[in-house]
Design a protein around this ligand. Structure first.
Ligand SMILES: Nc1nc2c(ncn2[C@@H]2O[C@H](COP(=O)(O)OP(=O)(O)OP(=O)(O)O)[C@@H](O)[C@H]2O)c(=O)[nH]1
Ligand SMILES: [Mg+2]
Length: 345
């Protein structure tokens, strides 16, 4: 199952109370205050991990509490601090305060650690409070409570390439051809209900490289208004460096004009915003084994006019699939190099 959003409750540990105590020693009449401090409560920490790629482990486990600090004790003993807890999240997780909607953190790199809920401070014991006029204070500080937060975790898949297009154009078939992903494929629209990720490898060991392709549910006109499955899944391809726009050039689509198909999807991408319609894009004519030559020609001419790279494939015969795979790999490599150059600047 693909879990891309969970709500959890996190509660940091309360601090321990400060203690009120007085020294009681043989031969020391009326010893001074000796109440120790309470320990601090444990923090709740979120950490990004490369070993996790979903949020499923939170689904059955929505509450996470860190340990409380122990109360201070006599003889100036500080209470033990509560243990922190560390919750692992996949890279690409964005954390929101579910009560206010505020974005708290966006995990972009592995092994980032963020204290998301701070443990309560321990109260100070009465050892800190004597003054010349008040040498035997009977007051100690109470503990502070640990933060308690309702969080919404949202996973944006960190795919390199996003497949977009109308339903039924062959997006899932393509990802099943070029990666080990086994999505559902069927001859009706909206077969894909949740994004599928596939890892695609190019080149031979030891020079092989891999990248992640996201197959998302198909779009239709008005998707940005909620038609079909809507545009909710587009956020998974917001961070890709390349969109591959699949257009069916057979007559199976039931639509007459592939250029119109292209424009409709393009307009949905633009309505979604986040620069999706400005990303590098390849146009791919699909179902070449059953292509309508007129449609193919028209689509190809459009790609040329718009200076978009154009490929034609058949997932059935395999025609053009390798060429496309390598072209994607090439473009991903360029994109990674650009990102790297920006980071090291
Ligand atoms: N003839 C032919 N049929 C294809 C080709 N690729 C996919 N199909 C068929 O087209 C239909 C839809 O394929 P999918 O891969 O499920 O399409 P999709 O774009 O993922 O569809 P949604 O998930 O609904 O958006 C299936 O019946 C496939 O077998 C192809 O190259 N040639
Ligand atoms: Mg599909």
């Amino acid at each position: 199952m693909f879990i891309d959003e969970v709500r959890i409750l996190v509660k940091a540990g309360n601090g321990g109370n400060g203690c009120v105590a007085f020294r009681r020693e043989k031969f020391v009449p009326r010893g001074g205050p000796s109440g120790g401090d309470g320990g601090h409560g444990g923090d709740v920490i979120l950490e990004s991990s490369q070993r996790h790629n979903t949020l499923i482990h939170f689904r059955y486990n929505p509450e996470h509490k860190a340990e409380r600090g122990r109360h201070g004790e006599g003889s100036n003993c500080t209470g033990r601090a509560g243990e922190d807890i560390v919750l692992k999240v996949p890279m690409g997780t964005v954390v929101y305060d579910d009560t206010t909607g505020e974005m708290l953190h966006d995990f972009q790199t592995p092994d980032e650690r963020v204290i998301i809920a701070k443990g309560g401070r321990g109260g100070r014991g009465n050892q800190h409070f004597p003054t010349p006029t008040h040498p035997a204070p009977r007051e100690a500080e109470p503990a502070r409570e640990g933060d308690e937060l309702r969080l919404r975790l949202e996973l944006k898949l960190l795919a390199d390439v996003g497949l977009v297009g109308y339903p039924n154009v062959g997006k899932s078939t393509l990802i099943s051809r070029i990666s080990a992903a086994k999505p559902k494929i069927a001859d009706y629209p909206f077969t894909t209900l949740e994004p599928n990720l596939g890892v695609v490898t190019v080149g031979d060991a030891p020079y092989e490289e891999s990248f992640v392709v996201a197959d998302i549910p198909g779009l239709i006109e008005g998707a940005h208004l909620g038609a079909g499955l809507g545009v909710q899944f587009l956020r998974h391809i917001e961070r890709t460096g390349l969109l591959v726009h699949l257009v069916d050039v057979s007559d199976a689509s039931g639509r007459t004009d592939p250029v119109e198909d292209f424009k409709v999807i393009q307009a949905e991408l633009a309505s979604f915003g986040h620069g999706l319609d400005e990303k590098p894009m390849m146009v791919v004519a699909t179902k070449m084994d059953a292509s309508n030559p007129e449609k193919l020609k028209k689509l190809q001419a459009m790609a040329k006019r718009r200076k978009l790279a154009f490929y034609a494939i058949s997932a059935v015969t395999g025609e053009g699939v390798d060429t496309l795979r390598y072209a994607m790999g090439e473009r991903v490599r360029e994109h990674r190099a650009e990102m790297h150059a920006m980071e090291t600047k």
